[in-house]
Ligand binder design. Structure first.
Ligand code: SPV
Ligand code: MG
Length: 545
């Protein structure tokens, strides 16, 4: 999201300033982009990309089991997610001086401000696991690596922290000072003096003897109870809290997971964990919404779809025993999933499904559900009314039992009138139903025409009982509205919902009311290429669609 180049002060300069700071500075451990962002938000001015924590989060040991490029990928995500500098725990540099040079090149490219390498041998083991048995690199080899880093870096502010493992390996202060001098002379920008004692004695003794020849860094994992003022007085420059985030994550996840397992419910943990909204915030979902408005084809990103899928479809008999017709598989895929995919393909993000009959079986990914519990005794408008506050801005309203070619949807979306309905001019070709079937015949200001320079057609009447000489098409069950159209529909719904017979009303009642009120409803003619699934014959045709 931000790179070192877009900040006023580059990340490498920021890190250098921490090393030059007059006060004690702190780095906080992070092991992925999420924890890195949390560290930044808390106010820390730098991040420790811990080898222990990154490997733990990857499910491997802190023994160079994760390859250096895998670590690089993690740290790149961390860098992308934050503006503060990252000091990567580079272990022993993943090889010799040559591997180290390549690492530095890649870290610079990925906006990592600094790297820390320790004077052990590849593959390393975490210092707290039999640290005293781990051999140290020779001074010559390690200083060669330091020089190689300094020669390889292209940004003069990129920093190298040389970490001394001598205390951990059982050496005394003389050897530590001998090595420190050599590393400092070779070009290290700072020294990390590591100790696994529970008191700070070793690092304090070193700091005293070192007398500020270059900045000192410590990681008080074992001597954590020492007040930080002690480090401040000793002239330490940076304290690294090296692994507390991964450990707190482990504690929280263990507690939550065990509880959910034991209680077979999330009820008692819900209030103890962050809401999903917080996850979205940390991912900066807001920025994407704004970008979509700016960059996606107008209207689509914010366009919603409402699919009415509450009815069982009694005419389908046993096929809908237990599932509503919207969930009947067509060629192996539930009708509803086909519809959702078509809306997604047209760029529609927010989709709401009104379900009723066998609601628990009505599922689709990333879709919001609203229930019409009275589905048995109510008509289409009651279902639509349940989704009233979703009829907002650019909206598509669709029956849940129709199949249509994608171009029909695309053409509908391309129209600009406030309310547009798709109307099949080939209505006569469709099989006439005997009893039962309800057909929304329409008449409009003009019939379908092959000519392209005709005026748009507008609905004048809709209903199942239009006389044959008036019928100019059949509404297929698709509506598109603009923000104004949505407001008009909501308003009309509000009025008709107060009628005593509202529970039985259908879309033709709504449209006729709108038309009578002077609202223009465009009838967009199509010629076939769609079907609805009302009975078993329809279903057979749908399978072949
Ligand atoms: C790490 O965080 O990976 C470290 C510091 O190297 S420690 O584990 O404390 O040695
Ligand atoms: Mg480490």
């Amino acid at each position: 999201m931000t790179s070192s180049t877009t900040c006023e002060i580059s990340k490498t300069q920021q890190f250098k300033r921490l090393l030059q700071s007059r006060r004690l500075e702190f780095l906080m451990e992070a092991h992925n982009a999420l924890s890195a962002r949390i560290v930044e938000e808390a106010g820390f001015r730098g991040i420790w990309a811990s080898g222990l924590s990154i490997s733990a989060a990857l499910g491997v040991r802190d023994n160079n089991e994760a390859s250096w490029t895998q670590v690089l990928e993690v740290v790149e995500f961390m860098s992308d997610a934050t503006r503060i500098p990252i000091l990567l725990d580079g272990d022993t540099g993943y090889g010799n001086f040559n591997n180290m040079r390549r690492l530095v090149k890649k870290l610079e490219q990925r906006g990592v401000a600094a790297v820390c390498i320790e004077d052990k041998l590849f593959p390393k083991t975490n210092s707290f696991i039999e640290g005293e048995r781990q051999p140290l690199a020779t001074i010559d080899e390690f200083t060669g690596k330091i020089k190689a880093v300094k020669d390889a870096q292209t940004d003069t502010d990129f920093c190298l922290v040389a970490r001394l493992e001598g205390f951990i390996a059982g050496w005394g202060i003389d050897e530590m000072l001998r090595r420190a001098e050599a590393y400092h002379f070779a070009g290290a920008d700072a020294l990390l003096i590591h100790s696994k004692k529970v008191t700070p004695d070793q690092v304090l003794a070193f700091a005293k003897a070192w007398a500020n020849k270059c900045p000192l860094v410590i990681a008080p994992t074992t001597y954590y109870s020492t007040p930080v003022e002690v480090f401040e007085q000793a002239g330490i420059r940076i304290v690294i809290w090296a692994n507390q985030n991964v450990r707190s994550a482990i504690a929280a996840m263990q507690e939550t997971t065990r509880r959910i397992f034991a209680e077979r419910s999330v009820q008692n943990v819900e209030d103890r964990i962050v809401p999903v909204k917080e996850v979205f915030r940390l991912q900066n979902a807001e920025e994407l919404l704004l970008a979509e408005e700016r960059y996606l084809p107008k209207g689509r990103a914010s366009m919603r779809a409402i699919i009415l899928a509450a009815s069982r479809g009694n005419e389908l008999g046993d096929v809908t025993a237990g599932i509503p017709k919207a969930m009947v598989p067509i060629g192996g895929t539930p009708l509803l999933h086909k519809l959702v995919a078509q809306f997604r393909a047209a760029g529609v993000r927010a989709i709401t499904v009104v379900r009723g009959y066998a609601a628990e079986t009505v599922r689709a990914a990333d879709v919001e559900f609203i229930e019409n519990e009275d589905f048995e005794s109510t008509g289409e408008l009651v279902s639509l009314h349940k989704a009233l506050d979703r009829i907002d801005g650019d909206t598509i309203i669709s029956f849940g039992d129709i199949l249509f070619r994608q171009h029909i949807l695309n053409n509908l979306l391309a129209e600009e009138h406030d309310i547009v309905i798709a109307v099949d001019a080939m209505w006569e070709r469709r099989r006439k139903r005997e009893g039962g079937g309800y057909i929304d015949y329409i008449t409009a200001t003009r019939p379908y025409s092959l000519s392209y320079d005709e005026e748009d057609a507008f609905l004048t009447e809709i209903g199942p009982d239009l006389s044959a000489d008036k019928i100019q098409g059949e509404w297929i069950g698709l509506i598109k509205t603009t923000a104004r159209g949505s407001a008009a529909i909501c308003d009309a719904l509000d009025v008709v919902s107060r009628r005593p017979d509202f529970r039985r009303l259908r879309f033709d009642d709504l449209f006729n009311y709108l038309v009578r009120r002077g609202q223009r409803v465009q009838a967009l003619y199509i010629t076939g290429q769609w079907l609805d699934v009302d009975d078993l014959e329809d279903l057979a045709r749908a399978q072949a669609f």
